[in-house]
Design a protein around this ligand. Structure first.
Ligand code: CU1
Length: 580
């Protein structure tokens, strides 16, 4: 795939030179099949999880109450698990499979290991979903109304935890699959720079291996044996801390794939090229270093953790803003370059020259815009003093609907408009719907998230089913008028967002079930960066070094407090289970 552009710059493209002008699914049939299977599960989860979200928004705002209160928590768990854990993980697995195979110019091995990880993740998802739905359906003798954070002593049926473990282990094996594809490429390409997309996948997975250790220990050593009745009591503080050891980095597990799209595909969709390959690599290395030693910023209110370690977590969190600011700069610079290639000019009027009628572009650009807002509310969450004001209020879900719910989810939906034709050999159908969909999502999320933030400042609690209780709290805080306006906006936002999910799934269904076309009309080459890898230090590719430093930082941030908790737990065995 030698591009014309590579002759006019020094930098090589982020695509191996295969000399092929085939479509992706023809060149890599095995990888394409894997990607399609992952996207299939992701889209089913998105549909169910999205529906649950709308029903919750209508229930807790007293707009439409067809749920009992216990069922509200079942749907809340389903919404969180199916969207934040299942939709994301499967979509990312598909995206990474595409990114590695396409940028290395190499198929995944496609042996039993390649199929085992998808199978494991899918079986795990079905198990966890069945356990959750047991809360709604009398015929299923299980429940898992423990929300996606599954805090103990709330206790779910063991099948739920086994399902979560399978999803997790499957993702580890998937990472191994990408690493071994890379190692095979390395044998034939000694001394070459790691292609950018593969570099991003490997760094993200190293971050994932490090951070999932927390939740793996939590579930396998503590929660699962406890839910099986092997021991009776459990330590809430220790298990929460292990959860958040994983729970903050999981945010970056959602975002780094969105960044992969913004750095490598968005510049091309804008009509230009990535501004700097080196900055992109630095950003990913910083995420590997800083994503994990920050989890205590979710536990400022928890007793039993020394303030000093909370302060370390806060400082590291604020350092994490740096790679996000670097990303904002690099991505906007790349978009501006694209706009100027398309004839744009002026200080800001180049914005008009961007392809706002291209759904993949619009989705990524709008996702980035709302992510900036999410970053600002995230700074409030991360500040030890301000956190006390918003902790456990609706502000927090308002924040993460901008990050995972838009920066990640809208980017994933948007890039599907570009990827699905390449994966199936079919032209995008329902294009008019696809053009509207990102704008609808943007509008719905602006309304919903703004109202959630405002509601949080009024004292509306999160994780509550009862509108009456919300009203009492709201009255107390700032009067019924403002509160009912906020409630209405949450209901309207929820309906708009679910409509956005339906439009997206409709376009996917129409496209997927269409006939194969001789030409899908998508150019899949990724142009080289303006400042290519030859300008970025080679040490950035030394992922073993960065992983080693990341481990040291985690030991500094977590070693003493976790050690204290374990020692304490030996004296105080903890809490008996509570069945919701
Ligand atoms: Cu966090």
């Amino acid at each position: 795939m030698a591009t014309a552009e590579s002759t006019e710059t020094a930098g090589p493209a982020d695509t191996a030179d295969t000399g092929s002008d085939q479509d992706y699914f023809e060149e890599f049939p095995v990888s394409a099949r894997l990607v399609r299977l992952n996207f299939l599960v992701a889209f089913v989860a998105l549909g169910i999880g999205g529906l649950f979200g709308m029903l919750q928004a209508l229930h807790r705002t007293d707009t439409l109450r067809i749920l009992s209160s216990p069922d509200y928590y079942t749907l809340l768990t389903g919404h969180g698990v199916l969207l934040a854990l299942v939709f994301t993980t499967f979509f990312i697995a598909g995206l990474f499979t595409w990114g590695v195979s396409d940028s290395l110019g190499r198929e995944l091995p496609g042996d039993w290991i390649s199929w085992s990880w998808w199978t494991m993740m899918t079986v795990g998802t079905v198990m966890a979903t069945v356990a959750i739905l047991g809360g709604l359906i009398d015929q299923i003798p299980m429940q898992a109304d423990v929300l996606f954070t599954f805090y103990v002593p709330l206790k779910a049926h063991p099948v739920f935890y086994v399902g979560v473990v399978l999803l997790l282990v499957g993702s580890w094996v998937a990472g191994f699959d990408w690493f071994r594809t890379f190692w095979a490429w390395r044998k034939d390409n000694r001394g070459e720079r790691i292609p950018l997309r593969t570099f991003m996948v490997l760094i993200t997975m190293l971050m994932w291996y490090l951070s999932t250790m927390g939740v793996a220990v939590e579930v396998l050593i503590f929660v699962l044996p406890w839910s099986l009745g092997i021991f009776e009591q459990i330590d809430p503080l220790l298990t929460r801390s292990l959860f958040w050891f994983f729970g903050h980095p999981v945010v970056y597990f959602w975002l780094m794939p969105a960044y992969l799209v913004w750095y490598t595909i968005l510049p091309k969709l804008s009509g230009g090229r990535l501004f700097s390959d080196g900055l992109a690599r630095i950003v990913f290395v910083l995420f590997l270093l800083l994503s994990t030693p920050v989890g205590f910023h979710h536990q400022y209110i928890d007793p039993g953790i020394a303030e000093g370690f909370k302060f370390v977590a806060m400082t590291n969190t604020m350092f994490l803003l740096l790679p996000s600011f670097l990303t904002a700069f690099t991505v906007v610079a790349s978009m501006e370059h694209g706009a100027r290639q398309r004839g744009g000019s002026g200080y800001l009027s180049w914005l008009r020259s961007l392809p706002w009628d291209r759904p993949a572009f619009t989705a990524c650009a709008l996702a980035g815009l709302l992510f900036a807002a999410g970053g600002f509310s995230g700074m409030v969450n991360a500040g030890m003093n301000l956190n006390y004001v918003v902790h456990n209020t609706l502000w927090v879900p308002g924040h993460f609907h901008l990050t995972v719910g838009t920066a990640a989810a809208l980017t994933f939906m948007g890039i599907s408009y570009w990827l699905l034709p390449q994966l199936t050999g079919k032209k995008l159908r329902g294009r008019a719907l696809a053009i509207i969909q990102p704008y609808l999502w943007f509008l719905g999320m602006t309304v919903l998230s703004n109202a959630m933030h405002r509601g949080g400042l009024m004292g509306l609690p999160r994780r509550t089913a009862e509108p009456e209780w919300n009203l009492v709290e709201g009255d107390f805080a700032s009067g019924v008028g403002a509160l009912s306006e906020v409630q209405l906006q949450i209901a309207v936002g929820g309906v708009l967002l679910f409509t956005g999910v339906v439009l997206f799934l409709l376009v996917m269904l129409l496209t997927w079930t269409g006939r194969q076309a001789p030409s899908i009309g998508v150019d899949r080459t990724i142009p080289p960066a303006l400042s290519g890898p030859e300008n970025s230090p080679r040490i950035l590719d030394n992922y073993r070094l960065w992983f080693g430093i990341a481990v040291v930082l985690v030991v500094i941030a977590y070693g003493i407090p976790l050690g204290d908790m374990v020692a304490d737990g030996l004296l105080n065995p903890g809490s008996p289970p509570i069945s919701p």
